[in-house]
Design a protein around this ligand. Structure first.
Ligand SMILES: Cc1ncc(COP(=O)(O)O)c(C=O)c1O
Length: 377
């Protein structure tokens, strides 16, 4: 039973639950952990190598490099491309701030652009005008699990000789015209933060690429700039994927497609239930993309009140993201001001993420939908 002040609800809907996913793997995982403790294979062990092989195969790329987290994966991708001081990188303003921090951390300048109002992803319409003589790369972020229009972005990048680094943190398993996201860029980064579609039990991430040179460079950078122990070619990072996290990911990867399918079913039910609810903007999917619904984000003009109302009824929601990146204090030095990125600001002020995860029941989805409809009556 859920209680908030005077209000009591018998149905609880958490924003996320790992239970149904963990029930499938916890026994296997405990056995693997005992074996690992015996073996002491903790740094870049067999589990990391296995995951790199299997995630590369899953992503339809030649190579995968296990990395400590998504931010490091982006940062190392940019460094592997030789991007740094004096370079500009185009990135969506509407993203998790790590996409932007990575650019700043390598000493380059992020050029923030608005996404499309309907898909929440950047398109050539806003990328093209932002290209200057200093632009070196574009970071398309497949936000909320929906692929960007990669064909158009690739064409534009080719014309201007720009590199592409996909930020695939929210879209593991998504595809665009039948090809997996994370396989379009010259080098691509992802995060396995626990709540991601493929989540570790702590911090973890990866890089995928088809380019052997970038693969070698990224491998060296993640491991203290060293290929041979105690010989350091470049200034690197301690950004290795942890072996224990790799074993979690190895146990989960075989289920990812099934879990993405379950997310898709949850989204379809919300879309059907809420189709006549005119006060709510529902997520639009592009026809040639397979959306994996990392998040199910609606928009509502009275978002704060709706969120509070749902919470009173035992329904947890979140906001991705409550402050536009260009208005965050951490990015003040970039000189953006309110009004500069109006689409980002509008989405930020109205978006609300509904519960979505494998194992969310039809009863819970119907309950959330009913309450949203009731709020507007
Ligand atoms: C779009 C995006 N990029 C980058 C990251 C950074 O990943 P991490 O938290 O693993 O550093 C995240 C998630 O956290 C993300 O959602």
């Amino acid at each position: 039973m859920f209680s908030l002040g005077h209000y009591t609800s018998y149905m609880q809907v958490p924003f996320i639950s790992f239970k149904s996913a963990h029930d499938k793997i916890s026994k296997e995982l405990l056995e693997k952990y005992s074996a690992l403790i015996e073996k002491g294979d903790f740094i870049l062990g067999e589990e990391v190598k296995k995951f790199e092989r299997e995630y590369a195969h899953f992503s339809q790329t030649k190579y995968c490099i296990g990395i400590s987290n998504g931010l490091d994966a982006l940062k190392i991708s940019l460094r592997a491309l030789g991007i740094g001081s004096g370079d500009e990188v185009i990135v969506p303003a509407h993203t998790y701030i790590a996409s932007i921090f990575a650019i700043l951390e390598v000493g380059a300048t992020p050029i923030l652009v608005d996404p499309d109002r309907e898909t929440y992803n950047i398109t050539v319409a806003t990328i093209a005008p932002a290209i200057s003589g200093k632009t070196r790369a574009i970071i398309p972020v497949h936000l909320y699990g929906q692929p960007c229009d990669m064909e158009d972005i690739q064409k534009l990048a080719t014309v201007h000789s720009l590199k592409i680094v996909e930020d695939n943190a929210q879209a593991q398993g998504a595809s665009y015209r039948g090809k997996k996201t994370g396989s379009f860029g010259h080098i691509n980064a992802t995060s396995f933060y626990p709540s991601k579609n493929l989540g570790a039990m702590g911090d973890a991430g990866a890089i995928t690429t088809d380019d052997e040179g970038l693969y070698q460079a990224a491998q060296t950078l993640r491991n203290m700039g060293s290929e041979i122990k105690y010989y350091h070619e470049v200034i690197g990072y301690n950004a290795r994927l942890d072996t224990l996290q790799a074993s979690v990911l190895n146990s989960k990867l075989p289920y990812l497609s099934e879990w993405n399918y379950q997310r898709h079913k949850v989204a379809s039910k919300y879309l059907k239930n809420l189709k006549d609810c005119t006060s709510v903007s529902l997520p639009k999917t592009i026809p040639y993309a397979e959306h994996v619904y990392h998040l199910f984000v609606i928009r509502h003009s009275d978002r704060e009140k709706l969120q509070h109302y749902l919470l009173q009824h035992g329904i947890q929601t979140l906001i991705h993201y409550p402050v536009a990146t260009h208005l965050q204090p951490a990015l003040r030095h970039l000189g953006y001001k309110k009004g500069d990125l109006p689409v980002t600001e509008e989405i930020t002020e109205t978006c609300l993420s509904l519960p979505i995860f494998p194992g969310l029941s039809d009863e819970q989805i119907n309950f959330v939908s009913e309450k949203i409809i009731a709020f507007d009556k």
